[in-house]
Design a protein around this ligand. Structure first.
Ligand code: NAD
Length: 504
């Protein structure tokens, strides 16, 4: 039992998927007011239970309260507000121009709810990473099943209780449980699966989705590189990197995973990183109330093994104590070889390897030889260097001079590429990702301009089609089609019945 009086129950509640499907097919969620109602209810869930949510995250992940506010609750509220503010514009039908051959008529793209969206969340930001995708799903007019991580049972139980209290059961259902329960869930047919977690489980999810041809968004992890050269203020760069890395004890999908620093900047950066760590967490970080903990003993053991086999030189940190809630000191290690364990897998903990490179070109070559990362951070004031990173690397996101915070810019879509995932979300990107884009054409029956393409095909029709296709090849947009041609098409259509009669 936690101090919230919650029994972290992993018993799967019964899930009425049909009820969720019926809500969408009844058209109830097409109405924007009903979507607004769901978003406001989700907003209330967060604002009215801020203390409980903070306590639950602290109980499961050991995050300081301010970090919960900054990295869990505020981003969700900002996302909901952004969706509410722009709902009408972002979901409005989008008219498209018709080619001359299709005039008269009109066409538009209609954004429709996909149906029932399954949201599967990880443990590291257990509130934000289920509620932000959920907000997008509701804004797009879907219903949803939410499956929080079993590694954060207090948060999962709390979300199940609060969701039932704030949102109708035929709009959002929360399912709690571990791998077995998720495996069962994945056997069901959903209309979209939004998964955040590891690359390994991402593959399992995508395979299961393929059985039903269900589209997926995969928000995965990986190794996000950071490049630093001597053109920047190394003190500020070090503080920004240290903050990005050691927030949530390094258990952040877009945390700088490793640093590639030029020879000229190396000593200065290492000294500044050491200073930043001591400034943030004190000389005895184990006593710091502002440092998170490693999620469980297995992860702690994995990280300690990586630390001990690093092959590099510890610049700061290195201490660990499994008995103290899996404490691991914020650690910077210099001169880690490229083939060390630390450089093979996503670290996902407070260990920062720093590798020396000759220049930006070498850093770009190292980055290009690996899986495409979720984020790439470049600390350089040199325009040529920045341009080289922009044009010669591919990553989910790219930030100059800062770590993590690109995720908090409302109009920047967030997502990975290649090994770091597929699809993107947040703000407008969520509406795009979680809606079906239906193409709609409306053509009046009179005049019957299509008669020119009906068989039989005498010579005059072949030349008429050739004449029509020529300007279409030059310009497909209605706006650029000369009015005389449009008139000509209409005129030809009116003459068609006579011409067709003659051709028989
Ligand atoms: P995980 O992949 O172990 O678990 C994620 C979810 O998948 C959980 O809900 C879990 O119950 C479920 N799951 C686990 N094993 C499963 C299986 N065999 N079959 C079906 N479902 C299964 O990830 P995690 O440890 O919770 O989170 C850490 C990982 O998530 C890291 O790799 C991190 O980089 C990544 N991550 C990515 C983002 C992002 O936005 N791209 C955000 C946070 C975390």
């Amino acid at each position: 039992m936690t101090s919230l009086g919650l029994q972290p129950s992993l018993t799967p509640p019964t899930l009425d998927l049909d009820a969720l499907r019926r809500t969408v097919s009844s058209g109830a969620t097409r109405d924007l007011d009903s979507r607004r109602g769901h978003l406001l209810a989700l907003r209330d869930l967060v604002t009215q239970h801020e203390a409980e949510l903070t306590e639950a995250v602290h109980a499961d992940v050991g995050k300081p309260a301010l970090e919960v506010r900054l990295t869990e609750l505020s981003p969700v509220l900002r996302e909901i507000d952004d969706l509410l503010r722009n709902l009408e514009t972002w979901t409005a039908p989008r008219p498209v121009a018709l080619p001359a051959t299709h005039v008269p008529g009109s066409a538009h793209v209609q954004l429709q709810p996909k149906g029932v969206v399954l949201v599967i969340g990880p443990w590291n930001y257990p509130v934000q990473l289920v509620l932000s995708p959920l907000a997008g799903a509701l804004a797009a007019g879907n219903t949803a099943v939410v499956k929080p991580s079993e590694q954060t049972p207090t948060v999962a139980a709390l979300l199940a209780r609060l969701m039932a209290q704030h949102l109708p059961a035929d709009v959002v259902a929360v399912v709690t449980g571990g791998v077995t329960r998720t495996t069962e869930l994945l056997e069901e047919r959903f209309d979209h699966i939004f998964f955040t977690g590891s690359t390994r489980v991402g593959r399992i999810v995508m395979k299961a989705a393929a059985e039903h041809l269900t589209p997926v968004t995969l928000e995965l992890g990986g190794k996000s590189p950071t490049f630093v050269d001597a053109t920047v203020d190394l003190d500020i760069a070090a503080r920004r990197i240290a903050w990005g890395k050691f927030t949530n004890a390094g258990q952040t999908c877009i945390a700088p995973d490793y640093v590639l620093v030029t020879k000229e900047a190396k000593e200065g950066l290492l000294a500044s990183l050491k200073e930043a760590v001591i400034e943030f967490f004190g000389a005895y970080p184990q006593h710091s109330a502002d440092l998170g903990r490693i999620i469980n003993a297995a992860q702690h053991e994995r990280l300690v093994a990586l630390l001990e086999s690093s092959g590099g030189e510890v610049v700061v940190g290195g201490g660990h104590d499994a008995a103290d809630r899996n404490f691991l000191a914020p650690t910077v290690i210099a001169d880690v070889p490229l083939d060390a364990g630390l450089m093979q897998e996503e670290i996902f903990g407070p260990i920062l390897p720093v590798l020396t490179v000759a220049d930006a070109a070498e850093a770009i070559a190292i980055i290009g030889s690996r899986e495409r990362p979720l984020a790439l951070y470049v600390f350089s004031e040199d325009d040529v260097t920045r341009e080289a990173f922009e044009s010669q690397t591919v990553s989910g996101g790219l930030a100059y001079g800062a770590a993590l915070i690109h995720l908090t810019v409302p109009s920047l879509p967030f997502g990975g590429v290649g090994g770091s995932g597929m699809g993107s979300y947040l703000g407008r990107a969520s509406i795009e990702e979680l809606s079906h884009h239906r193409s709609v054409l409306s053509k009046p029956l009179r005049p019957d301009t299509l008669a020119v393409i009906y068989p039989p095909y005498p010579a005059w029709k072949r030349s008429a089609v050739r004449a029509l296709m020529a300007p279409m090849r030059r310009s497909l947009v209605n706006a650029q089609v000369p009015a005389t041609l449009i008139k000509g098409v209409k005129g030809a259509a009116q003459k068609l019945p006579r011409a067709m009669h003659r051709s028989r």
